[in-house]
Design a binder for this molecule. Structure first.
Ligand code: PMP
Ligand code: GLN
Length: 410
């Protein structure tokens, strides 16, 4: 006699076999509950696709169109030819971590230990995601300033935490520290900062650091400082890296991108600097996600960074492009918002149109052949100050051709 278990499992087997004869639309298709139901395609992808489709000049997505440093390419090439093609150590190639520590000491006067405080990551975005995942528990609150780089809010939400959004003061995009004080709560776990800032080119100054210090002192708040545009700061203004301040450093994850500063965004390589205690936890998440990063690039970068010219000349190089672009744009009806760093310059277009920034950016891509990024995409609410962002990290001829088109907009 078959027992009840055998009968049940034969029945289930029969039902499972029958599925092959069912019409397609009632076949069982597995479904999942989206962790990010609000998220669509990023504005960078959308505008780059539109630029390609229409043959427009792409001043939207932030990437250079000029060649990267040839010496760095040959150093990476040499590492490959020399046979360095297997896994790097999980925290990163030690000579690269040593070069980074030397650079930090030289620029910011802080002692960072390559063994315990620096982790090489596949890009800045990954470093930010990993830091947030390391820290956040469901229900934790994270202060984010808007406009904000598009990965921040989804990174917080996917961890079950809650973004607390504060607008930067328009049009200078400075932090309203009084508002920060009002929005701090017992649940505040992190504050996210980004200087030089994407999309606005705003920067933090010493006063901002003092305000931050006063707010976090004696609390359990962690700082996430996105400094992927570290060296791309203009007019001889010192970069207010969190790494200058040992008291802030011990409660911070500071994230960097080689892709951004060395004009090789496609390499997706960066690093995270933190205290030994925080780094230990960061590496627990990292080792089960990507484990280690592209070995030959790390070897090439280790040697490249040992020459300080590789990073001390970058600001001036990009500043020339900003100035050139701004000069050319003087012939148009766009109004600039000052940019002190990054790849970007924002413009108001109120003397041209009162369209929404998205409509305007799409129209000028299609009609005039220049793609930009509407800044409302950096606000969760879609707040529209009628500002668009241009990337000036381009060859002079690209900037000239783009501005020639933009002057035709009346
Ligand atoms: N943060 C900001 C503000 C950025 O603009 C970028 C550029 N994509 C990143 C992080 C990420 O850098 P990466 O390409 O190295 O991931
Ligand atoms: N950081 C780049 C920008 O702001 C885009 C990177 C991406 O496409 N995710 O344009």
């Amino acid at each position: 006699m078959p027992d009840q278990f055998q009968i049940t499992s034969s029945l289930l087997n029969a039902i499972w076999e029958i599925r092959l004869f069912l019409p397609f639309n009632i076949m069982m298709i597995p479904t999942i509950q989206s962790k990010l139901p609000q998220v669509g395609t990023s504005i960078f992808t959308v505008m780059s696709a539109l630029a390609t489709e229409t043959g427009a000049i792409n001043l939207g997505q932030g990437f250079p169109d000029f060649p990267m440093n040839a010496q760095l390419i040959s150093l990476v090439n040499r590492a490959m030819k020399d046979g360095y093609n297997q896994y790097a150590p999980m925290p990163g190639w030690m000579p690269l971590r040593e070069s980074i520590a030397e650079k930090i000491y030289l620029l910011y006067g802080s002692q960072v230990h390559p063994e315990t405080d620096i982790t090489i990551t596949p890009g800045g975005t990954y470093a930010i995601y990993t830091a947030l995942t390391t820290v956040l528990q469901p229900g934790d609150e994270v202060i984010i300033f808007e406009p904000a780089y598009d990965s921040y809010i989804p990174n917080v939400e996917v961890n079950g935490a809650v973004p607390v959004l504060i607008d930067l003061k328009f049009p200078g995009y400075k932090i309203d520290w009084k508002e920060v004080r009002r929005r701090i709560s017992p649940k505040t776990r992190m504050i996210m900062l980004n200087s030089p800032h994407n999309p606005t080119g705003a920067i933090l100054d010493e006063e901002d650091i003092n305000e931050l210090r006063a707010i976090v002192e004696g609390t359990n708040i962690i700082i996430l400082s996105d400094e992927v545009y570290e060296h791309l700061i203009f007019d001889n203004i010192p970069h207010q890296s969190i790494l200058r301040y040992p008291d802030l450093m011990k409660r911070s994850f500071v994230c960097f991108s080689f892709g951004k500063v060395y004009h090789c965004t496609g390499w997706k390589l960066g690093y995270c600097v933190s205290s030994a205690a925080l780094t230990k936890e960061f590496r627990k998440v990292h080792q089960f996600n990507c484990f280690s990063c592209h070995t030959p690039s790390q070897i090439g970068l280790a040697e490249f960074l040992s020459d300080k010219n590789s990073y001390t000349t970058l600001g001036a190089f990009l500043q020339k492009k900003r100035d050139y672009f701004q000069d050319l744009m003087g012939q148009t009806k766009f109004t600039p918002i000052p940019s002190y760093g990054s790849y970007f310059q924002c413009y108001k277009y109120d003397r041209i149109s009162d369209e929404s920034d998205k409509d305007f950016a799409i129209r000028i891509t299609k009609q005039y052949g220049v793609a930009s990024i509407p800044v409302s995409a950096f606000y969760h609410s879609g707040k529209d100050n009628k500002v668009i962002r241009f990337c000036f990290a381009k060859k002079e001829e690209t900037l000239e051709q783009a501005v020639e088109k933009l002057t035709k907009i009346k």
